[in-house]
Design a protein around this ligand. Structure first.
Ligand code: ZN
Length: 245
């Protein structure tokens, strides 16, 4: 089986469309590590797509925020405004779909998906040690999101190593899964990358080959930005897409 792994789409339809075009014909199932909505201007279109196409998904903190399952005091003013706007524009069907999203971790075949970490759905995994993560890893391969930093970590009993995303001049890097290591892979954010590379991020996991490809693809950023401004959402949410932060 080949999986398209996406996360943190954040209602950015243009970025999602570019990812789907780029990955066309190269996967059998799509899974998502959360944050379908929040920040972007197309929450209904993205959620509708998710309802039709996702084989597995876990909820993100912005999905919870848009449907009254999260205390908005934790959000910065722009994120909060976007969550309130999203709650207002969601159709009843999309609202109840988002409200019904399961909390991670969720098992998919031989791997797991989570939003933050297997221990806590809202945790930002920016750095790890074997002592910290090994007790909560349930399988050899876990995909996560939430930080919007593509890459992640591989961990063995004695050490943890960072996995780098593709450099700006490359479209992808291939991560071969070595049986001696456990993998926590961040597929990156489709709709609002924060690792300094504004291109949409995603991953393809090829189970038979034992490989994860971390990919980046350019998209029509200016179209997504214009929609954010037209919706009356905070300008900063449009601006940050150009710099990937
Ligand atoms: Zn997110």
């Amino acid at each position: 089986m080949r999986y398209l792994i996406v996360s943190d789409i954040h209602a950015n339809w243009e970025a999602l469309e570019a990812v789907l075009r780029d990955a066309e014909g190269q996967y059998e199932q799509v899974v998502c590590c959360g944050d379908l909505v929040g920040y972007g201007a197309d929450p209904n279109r993205v959620t509708q797509w998710a309802r039709e196409r996702l084989a597995a998904v876990v909820r993100g903190n912005h999905d919870k925020a848009a449907v009254g399952l999260e205390n908005l005091d934790w959000f910065n003013p722009a994120a909060r405004e976007a969550a309130e706007w999203t709650a207002r524009v969601l159709t009843a069907e999309n609202y109840s779909y988002l409200r019904s999203l399961p909390k991670g971790p969720k098992r998919v075949g031989e791997f797991e998906i989570v939003h933050g970490s297997p221990a806590d759905e809202d945790e930002y995994l920016m750095g790890v040690t074997p002592e910290y993560v090994l007790p909560f890893l349930n399988c050899r391969l876990t995909f996560f999101g939430h930080t919007h930093f593509q890459g992640g970590f591989r961990v063995c009993r004695t050490r943890a190593q960072r996995i780098a995303p593709p450099p700006p001049e490359a479209r992808c890097v291939v991560v071969g899964l070595d049986p001696g290591w456990m993998y926590l892979i961040n597929c990156g954010s489709v709709g609002q990358p924060r690792d300094g590379d504004p291109r949409a991020a995603y991953a393809i996991y090829d189970e038979e080959r034992g490989e994860v490809e971390l990919r980046r693809v350019p998209y029509a950023i200016e179209v997504a930005q214009a929609k954010i401004l037209r919706a009356g959402l905070p300008e900063v949410l449009a601006e940050r897409l150009s710099v990937g932060y």
